[in-house]
Design a protein around this ligand. Structure first.
Ligand SMILES: NC(=O)C1=CN([C@@H]2O[C@H](COP(=O)(O)OP(=O)(O)OC[C@H]3O[C@@H](n4cnc5c(N)ncnc54)[C@H](O)[C@@H]3O)[C@@H](O)[C@H]2O)C=CC1
Ligand SMILES: O=C([O-])CC(=O)C(=O)O
Length: 314
């Protein structure tokens, strides 16, 4: 069984750790935060649900002690600031880039073989930064955004169409940003029936797309900080696909070398996730409109990546 570390014991990191523990995804779980006592407290709290929820994952919470993370098979990086209402994810780059870079370098020192999953925002540039800063192969460092965005897409589709959300299939690709994500309506279906067949009212599907794109912003406005239940569960789902070598196809932020016509960028595309991390990009046929949106999305992500050089983290 696997050892998993979650860095950042805030809303998303602790939720991810809770899902990993209760679902017994790994045999050993480490939660690390820079704030004294927070990881220790959250792990103790989670441990006190063990007899209530019937699980027995070995868990430890530590304050900035990277030695405790040694030999991890998977590391999830959630450390950094979340946005406040009215902000974009991209605005977090100045404060989060240094945090993500330092954390990734510390992880590398103790777990050079770990698959590193980036969650901190702006997630696409943070993934690019972690990949470049660690110099690890592209399968070993990738980002989580599409898993969450796709879950939201399916949620909004199920509400709009009045169907069980577990019968809905759908993917969101592109950047993990309010204007950069691309819900693939052409590929979405309910029990194999295209949603475009089930719903002839284009305005309904257009609204689902718009709601999905601002899914994170909507929750940030309601909560005063960004969401954590679905983000934590989405990261845990990706970890489970790695640990159990499930080979799920999950839209994930991976480094592209020609796929989807893009080079030298980390951005969301359907990817096979297994024991070796981001194992294979799956190229699906996009409509002309989706292709154009993907190019625009990549352009915007590249623009944010350029800031990494300006602020001297790359
Ligand atoms: N990729 C995605 O789909 C999503 C990404 N996010 C992002 O995840 C990040 C975390 O969000 P929340 O958990 O809500 O924030 P939070 O503020 O609740 O937690 C962040 C934690 O990181 C810790 N931290 C800061 N610097 C650190 C360091 N150098 N080493 C270790 N820990 C450190 C803080 O002490 C804090 O406990 C944010 O950047 C947010 O935007 C949030 C939701 C979805
Ligand atoms: O909205 C945010 O800032 C956090 C996030 O990435 C999400 O929930 O999708």
């Amino acid at each position: 069984m696997a050892k998993v570390t979650v860095v950042g014991a805030g809303n998303v990191g602790a939720t991810c750790a809770n899902v990993l523990a209760t679902r017994e995804v790994c045999s050993e779980l480490v939660l690390l935060d820079i704030k004294e006592g927070v990881s220790e407290g959250k792990i103790l709290d989670i441990f006190q649900t063990a007899t209530l929820m019937d699980f027995d994952t070995n868990m430890v919470g530590v304050t900035n002690d990277y030695a405790a993370t040694a030999g991890s098979d998977v590391v999830v990086i959630t450390s950094g600031m979340p946005r406040k209402p009215g902000m974009t994810r991209e605005e977090l780059i100045g404060v989060n880039a240094g945090i993500v870079k330092t954390v990734a370098e510390n992880i590398l020192k103790h777990s050079s073989k770990a698959i590193i999953l980036i969650v901190s925002n702006p997630m696409d540039p943070m993934t690019y930064l972690a990949l470049k800063a660690t110099g690890l192969p592209k399968n070993q460092v990738f980002g989580m955004g599409g898993a969450l965005d796709s879950a939201r897409f399916k949620c909004y589709l199920s509400k709009a169409l009045g169907v069980n959300s577990n019968d809905v299939d759908g993917m969101v690709i592109g950047g993990h940003g309010d204007t950069t994500m691309i819900p693939l309506v052409s590929k979405a279906s309910v029990k194999g029936v295209p949603v475009t067949e089930l719903c002839k009212d284009k305005a309904v599907l257009d609204k689902v797309v718009a709601d999905t794109m601002v899914g994170g912003a909507t929750l940030t406005k309601l909560l005063g900080t960004s969401a954590w239940y679905a983000p934590g569960a989405a990261a845990a789902m990706v970890v489970e696909s790695i640990v159990r070598d499930q080979k799920k196809i999950v839209p994930s932020c991976v480094y592209l070398e020609g796929e989807y016509g893009q080079q030298d960028i980390c951005i969301g595309v359907p990817t096979v996730i297994g024991r070796n991390g981001a194992e294979k990009v799956v190229e699906v046929a996009l409509t002309a409109e989706e292709k154009e949106a993907f190019e625009k999305s990549a352009e915007a992500v590249r623009k944010t990546n350029a800031i990494l050089k300006e602020i001297n983290v790359l």
